[in-house]
Design a protein around this ligand. Sequence first.
Ligand code: SF4
Ligand code: SF4
Length: 206
Amino acid sequence: MSTLPETSNRKYDLGFARWVRDNVDGADRMNMCMQCGVCSGSCPLGDQMEHGPRKIFMMVRAGMKEAVLKSNSWRSCVSCYNCVVRCPREVPVKYILQGLGAVALKEGYAEAVETDNTAFAKAFWETASKSGRTDERAVTVRYFYAAGGIGSLMSKGMANMGIAMGLVMAKRMSVFSMPDKIKGRSELKAIMEKAQEIQARHGSGT
Ligand code: SF4
Ligand code: SF4
């Protein structure tokens, strides 16, 4: 992976677009995008994104490096693949968004714009990577706590008590058992360390 180009003050500087094309998986097909908007129109999370995929691609072309890497678009993606299967030009939209997200994380842009989505993604990842499973209770506690410590945990917990009780009554969540953990968590840890080593060797891991 080559070094991310400096932010340019020139209008329509192609340096960033070329860098994305050469360094983000799938982005070599981004020049096939005809700006039809099918991807953005098909995206169930489109109204949660600061910029839909169509707009992000135009921003990349326009050299808007800072705005692209600070956008919450990739954090909002739920990997439903609507955009991928519907794009008439076979642009791997979702993969490109995720790749841009990996660049944003690696270059420190994502940390600068911490959002609810980031906090939830971190809570999800920390739970899954430590226990090998996601557990609603563990993810929720981490997520609520991240928003503002114990005060946030208590207030958000109380505000969502009705949902929690509904899950308990429907036997979708237990309040008595401990969160599930897989056997062989040391093997999982070894796999993740190896993956990180490969990612570091190959760059952004996009
Ligand atoms: S659906 Fe494909 S061609 Fe249309 S705007 Fe999205 S990426 Fe571009
Ligand atoms: S994969 Fe992501 S970007 Fe594509 S339609 Fe689904 S949520 Fe939207």
